[in-house]
Ligand binder design. Sequence first.
Ligand code: ZN
Length: 487
Amino acid sequence: MSKQEGLTVKKSDFSEWYTQIIQKADLADIRYNVKGFVVYMPWATDTLELMYKLYEEEMRATGHKKMIFPSLVSKSNLEKEEEHIEGFSAEVFWVTEAGSQHKKFEQPLALRPTSETIMYPMYSLWVRSWRDLPLKIFQSCQMWRYEGKATRPFIRGREFHWIESHNVFATKKEAENQVKEDMEMAEKVMHRKFCVPFIFFKRPQFDKFAGSVYTYAADTILPNGKRLQLPSTHFLGQKFSKPFDITFEAKDGTKHYAYQTCYGPGISRIFAAVVSINGDDRGLILPPAISPYEVIIVPIFKEETMKKVLSHSRKILSRLKESGFRVHLDDRSEYTPGFKYNYWEMRGVPIRIEVGPKDIKDKAVVVVRRDIENKTQVPESGLVKELRQTLDAVHNSILKKADSYFEGAIHSASDQLELKKALDKGGFVKLNFCSADVEGAKCADKIKEKFNAEVCGERYMGEDKPSGQCIMCGEPAKSIIYVARSY
Ligand SMILES: [Zn+2]
């Protein structure tokens, strides 16, 4: 294995490893001079685009329509739902003036921290009768939140990229089904396609999305044992339809407030999870579905064989393109093959094809897998079929590895000493807890104070039954909750 400049060992220093991979795989340039804002480089941008595409396909398949909404919201609209603005007020960027005269706006405008208060005034104009429902809309866009915590590219910034869907239903039941559909969508796309494992938690009442009735949120665990929050889906009930007057006339002519849900897969943050969980000490490992190139062709030549090898490589390139692969030929003559191997390994391309004079004579190519470093010679005649199978095999092995890593990050504790030990190891810790309702807030505060960890919530579809006492207060346990330290 040719080895030039690799990365810090991920296991021993994840934070440094992450900093290095951002630079060496050319994912983001952090030198932009506004704090918390970074520039996304082409490789990251192309990966994100594929991630968006797959998520959007699933949105459309479940009956959502895509729209584009404005990014500014008036102060009065933003403040229409009290709990909502209370939850967000610390994170809002305000636009207060414009033009060379610095003319102050009569009313400050907020850069959207999320779009409920932008979309719902329009919904109230559009929803008139039961015939207009359900209304299922999503948009793919940037969001801005004034983050106080230290920022990291993709993990946490003051600007991020997401999809948000905002749906309206006639009945509570339909809205609650939407929350389930949102979670299934995450399973189909984020887990099975992006290879990011997670658990959906019902967030405790003392820590839900500002303005929701209840929230389910997915959390994963990064290799440093810290929890990273991924998409959440919210049952809003009629909390927004009342202040925003989203009503409809039922079949019998009576007027009702609608039920609503919203859902926000943060694509840039999911990308951070893909990088962190699947990458290794040689760089990224991208699941084939989201790698900008599924296959990279590296020609091996000396000056005298260059012409022949390059022209043969181009033939293979166009054949693979015609067969529908995302494939690229690295024909740069100023770099050695060894340099190129490392270059594309760092970027996580699933399969490398090597073409040299001997392979041409053999009517074959060498196929190398990024995930397990497996090298085989494959006859050109069977190449297309072989590549399809190999891409599937790469996908399955990345997913399997991610799942077994994630399983290993779930622990349980029956007293505070065990809780501390398990948290120090990193990952989720399951425990008996007095209550995930408002009464549990005191014990959650104690966990925060004593162990610097947060309550993630009760596991969605979890099979565990509480028994005995809350390990913090000794009251009879009514919930099994998961606790973790957050990134
Ligand atoms: Zn308790």
